[in-house]
Design a protein around this ligand. Structure first.
Ligand code: SF4
Length: 324
């Protein structure tokens, strides 16, 4: 049941891709990219979706935005089920939900000026006609810390940080409520990362935005998120408030990820837990607990039985037999 302030509720979301081979395109297998992910997001809130590459974070974000079709589960936005909606409704949802991409260079059309890049979505959706469109472009450039004069320039004339500012301005053109940021700062220098993070915080306050921020580096989203969901091989393995997950991580996977985050105070440094091997293939995920081949605390039944996401404290849930 959604509370009044809920914006988005994702319930048991599944995105599976069929692997087809041969002349008859027979299905020979499935990629279990997202396999039963649930979370919700309140208005003005930031949720961090974290985990290593290949955990299904980006596919989850694309599934929420309707850019990839869900195989199962449900997505409810502002109280309305939108998982399988009409093209007309989906077009309207484009205005409300936007994405910021990891690589600001490849996500901006190199043949268009920044002015054209920002005006295009308004033209497609018939918003801000005539003079209002140019005013809106200038307004957005100022909001992301760029001079309106930069509108005449092309993406290659900007630095990485400036290009990401353009990417953020483009995400804001249609007045969205929800922005999914797919590794929005990971391609930038560390000094620029802080500037972009501060910009995202300022814009959230000013426009009341809700964010889903996808990141493999937990340190990046540390200061941005109200709540965090840690994903492993298509499933959420731990979720809770920022304080719960960063302050008292329960799942061995979260503990290992956090032990790798650098801390400024050497005395507070935790013992580093080295994760053995890579994330297994989502085509043949391990049986039982998906994490068992890499888990330093695995027990006999972890190989065969599947743990469920259980609350260990109010709002703090963990998928691990150590807490069942
Ligand atoms: Fe490790 Fe078992 Fe917990 Fe999985 S269920 S994280 S294998 S202890």
């Amino acid at each position: 049941m959604m509370n009044m302030a809920s914006l988005l509720e994702v319930e048991n979301l599944k995105v599976h891709f069929a692997i087809k081979r041969g002349l008859l395109s027979r299905t020979v297998g499935r990629v279990f990219a997202v396999d039963g992910v649930s979370f919700d997001l309140a208005e003005g809130e930031t949720l961090g979706l974290v985990g290593e590459s290949g955990c299904g974070k980006t596919t989850t974000g694309l599934g929420v935005l309707g850019m990839i079709e869900a195989t199962g589960g449900s997505i409810t936005y502002k109280g309305e089920e939108i998982t399988r909606t009409t093209p007309k409704k989906r077009r309207h949802l484009c205005r409300e939900m936007q994405m910021i991409f990891q690589d600001p260079y490849s996500s901006l059309n190199p043949r268009l000026t920044v002015e054209q890049i920002l005006a295009d979505p308004m033209q497609i959706h018939g918003l801000y006609p005539g003079k209002a469109r140019a005013e809106r472009v200038a307004f957005l450039l100022e909001k992301v810390g760029l001079s309106p004069d930069y509108g005449k320039r092309f993406p290659h004339e900007f630095s990485g940080g400036q290009r990401q500012r353009v990417g953020i301005a483009r995400a804001l053109t249609l007045n969205p409520c929800l922005i999914v940021g797919d590794e929005p700062v990971s391609a930038l220098d560390v000094s620029i990362q802080a500037q972009i993070i501060n910009l995202l915080i300022d814009l959230q306050e000013e426009f009341g935005l809700s964010y889903i921020l996808i990141a493999h580096d937990l340190a990046v989203v540390e200061h941005l998120c109200d709540r965090v969901a840690v994903m492993y091989l298509g499933r959420v393995v731990e979720s809770g408030t920022y304080k719960d997950v960063y302050g008292a991580p329960k799942h061995p996977y979260t503990q290992a990820l956090l032990s790798a985050v650098p801390v400024p105070e050497p005395k507070q440094r935790k013992q580093r837990m080295i994760l053995q091997g890579d994330v297994p293939s989502p085509i043949h995920p391990p049986s039982g607990c998906h994490f068992h081949p890499r888990c330093p605390r695995r027990m006999d039944h972890c190989h065969t039985a599947i743990p469920t996401l259980q609350e260990v404290a109010a709002g703090h849930a963990v998928r691990c037999f150590l807490y069942e």
